[in-house]
Structures are given as C-alpha cells and as structure tokens.
Design a protein around this ligand. Structure first.
Ligand code: KG4
Ligand code: ZN
Length: 334
C-alpha cells in the first residue's frame, strides 16, 4: 500500500498523560498537546488506574481536536494514526486504541498500533536527527529500565533490563514514602540539589552484567527513614539519587565497553533528570562517545514519539489494517 499524506497523528494514552501530536517523516513536530493527570494522582502517590482511564475518556477527543486545529489540517489527509498498543495500563490503552480505531475508520485513514518503548527509543530523533549507529540506548521510564543495542532505528537488541522495579518506579516510591507527591522524579531531583549524599545506600547488581535491580535500594531507603526519622529529606534525596546514578552510569559504561558504539542514547521520563543528563555528559566526554538526549519535553510520555515511530512502520510497508506488532523489527523481546 502506498503512503498517502505527509503527517502522522500520534496518540499516547498508556499511563497518565493524554498526549497527541502531528509529526512529519523526519520527526518535525507540527503540533502537540499533552493533558497531564499529575494533579489527579498526586494524593495517591502513584497512578490510580481507574481514574486514569476516566480522565483519558474526558480528554482524548478535545486533545485530538486541539492538535488538528492548531495545525489547520484535514484529518482525511493524514498518512496514518499511530497509537500506543502497549505496554501500559490496560484501561488507559483501550481508550486510545478505541478512539484511534474509530477516528481512523471515520476518516478512512490507516491505524497502526505502536509499541510504547519503540516510541521512547525514537524520541531522541524528534525535531532533528541526532542518533548515529551503532548506538547503545538506556531507556529509563516509570515502567521500564533497560539497555539495548541499536544497529539502526529498527534493529534493536535487548542487552539488559531490570529484574524487578524500574528506576522511575523507585523515584516515585521513595517520593511517596517521604510524602512528597507524584510524580516523584522531578520532586526528588529538585530536593537532592539542596542535600548532601550522607547515606551510602546499596548499589544493587552494580558489577553483575547489564541487568538492573532497584527494589532493594527502595527498601533500603524505607528502612533508613524508619530508623532515622529526624534525617533531613534533601540528604536522603541526594543519597538516593547518587545511588541510582552510580548504577545507571556504570551500566552504560559497561555496555559501551562490551558493544563499542558511536553514540549513547538516553530516553524515557527519567532522562529528564538534570543529574542524569550531567553524569551521562561526563561519561560520554571521557569516552569520546556522542550523547543523544531527547529535548526535555519529549523525554516524558508524548504523542510525538509515537508519531515518529509510526513512520518506521510505514517505511517498512507494514500497513496491514491490524493492530498487531510488526514482525522482524526487533521488538519481539520487548
Ligand atoms: O516515560 P514516562 O513519562 O512514563 C512511562 O513510560 O513510565 O516516565 C515517567 C517516570 C516517572 O517515574 C517519573 O517520576 C520519572 O519518569 N521522571 C523523572 C523526572 N521526570 C519524570 N525522574 C527523574 N527526574 C526527572 N526530572
Ligand atoms: Zn513512557
């Protein structure tokens, strides 16, 4: 099937943001809108799945409308609608998938189910092409922590992943136990700036290959807080961030040593961390490797990354009218 139209509508509802964007084949973002649910989940210290689904239902059509009217385009001219098919919260995913299927049917535009992680991987090429190959990618989000080797944008081999919690989950849970609100990542980062890393929390699996573990670190913080109720919160935050960074950076170093690459790519919500960005810049400068980071606004969940990933599916001529993942694109392991 030939590809009609020059823009893809990317739709992302896998978790707590209703996000839609229009993206061209080179990753230029023509329009984007994100309806955040952070305030809705703040009291729970994490995402409340049923509330998330209901908020997606309220927000999805207004968000699509806002993006289309910003760009002033006729939806019948779209090349496709790309929509996150997983992984994510099932109720939230269903809202995006059903809406995309309905709109695609009405507009006579193909609908393509896109893997959320593939979206994050492509976020580093939004607005401009940054990634050179071969590359190592560190994906650090609320749901995942993994390392992969990229031979191209669509040739992806998983080389390490967490055996329990993701690093973003650890940030969120530590913030919850400290009563700091949700999402925990940005709050902990800001607090850590004013603290001193006085506690040496464990660095789980530091020298054990390319896999990660964060649940023991989270429990160690919990035990420390119970035993030391008078500790200064910024010092706990600084100590926790130091432990996370040492693990993440040393795994990146090990991956680059095992798989020499021209570029280290860091994507996912935790890639918004200024501390992680600075530590990765130091690592890459020392190794003579390029560091490729998505612009801050495309690090956390957004529709643009799903739109750009959709172009990979279109380029591989895989418009089948189904919502199945595309075989042979190296995403099976994900
Ligand atoms: O990629 P993302 O938006 O959603 C998932 O796919 O999970 O990532 C969300 C995660 C949350 O755990 C959040 O606390 C974390 O990213 N995060 C951060 C920062 N901004 C968001 N973690 C550390 N520092 C930040 N500035
Ligand atoms: Zn995500």
């Amino acid at each position: 099937m030939s590809v009609q139209g020059s823009l893809v509508l990317g739709v992302e509802t896998s978790c707590d943001d209703t996000a839609v964007a229009l993206v061209d084949p080179r990753g230029a973002v023509i329009a984007s809108c994100v309806a955040s649910q952070a305030a809705l989940h703040n009291d729970y210290g994490g995402v409340y799945p049923e509330l998330a689904s209901r908020a997606h239902i309220d927000k999805i059509l207004p968000t699509v409308k806002a993006v289309l009217s910003d760009a002033g385009i006729n939806p019948r001219d779209l090349a496709a609608i790309g929509v996150t098919r997983g992984p994510g919260l099932i109720g939230s995913l269903m809202v995006g998938l059903n809406t995309a299927c309905g709109l695609g049917h009405g507009w006579e535009v193909p609908v393509i189910g896109v893997n959320h992680l593939r979206g994050h991987l492509r976020s580093a090429d939004l607005e401009e092409a940054r990634v050179t190959y071969p590359a190592i990618v560190l994906l650090v989000s609320g749901g995942h922590t993994l390392l992969a080797r990229l031979q191209s944008a669509t040739d992806i081999r998983l080389i390490g992943s967490t055996v329990d919690d993701s690093v973003g989950e650890a940030y969120d849970k530590v913030a919850r136990m400290m009563g700091l609100g949700y999402p925990g990542g940005p709050i902990i980062d800001r607090l850590a700036v004013d603290g001193t890393p006085i506690v040496r929390f464990p660095r789980p699996m530091l020298r054990q290959g390319l896999d990660f573990s964060f649940s023991g670190l989270k429990s160690a913080v919990e035990r420390y807080l119970v035993a030391n109720p008078d500790v200064q919160p910024p010092d706990v935050a600084a100590s926790f961030v130091e432990a996370c960074l040492e693990v993440l950076i040393s795994k990146c170093r090990a991956a680059l040593a095992e798989y020499p690459s021209s570029c280290l790519v860091i994507v996912g919500g935790v890639a918004a961390s200024p501390q992680l960005r600075a530590a990765a810049a130091d690592l890459c400068e020392g190794l003579g490797v390029d560091l490729c980071l998505p612009p801050l606004k495309w690090s956390t969940d957004n529709g643009a990354m799903i739109g750009l990933a959709t172009w990979d599916y279109l380029a591989n001529q895989v418009i089948t009218g189904t919502l199945e993942p595309v075989p042979g694109l190296g995403m099976e392991a994900f």
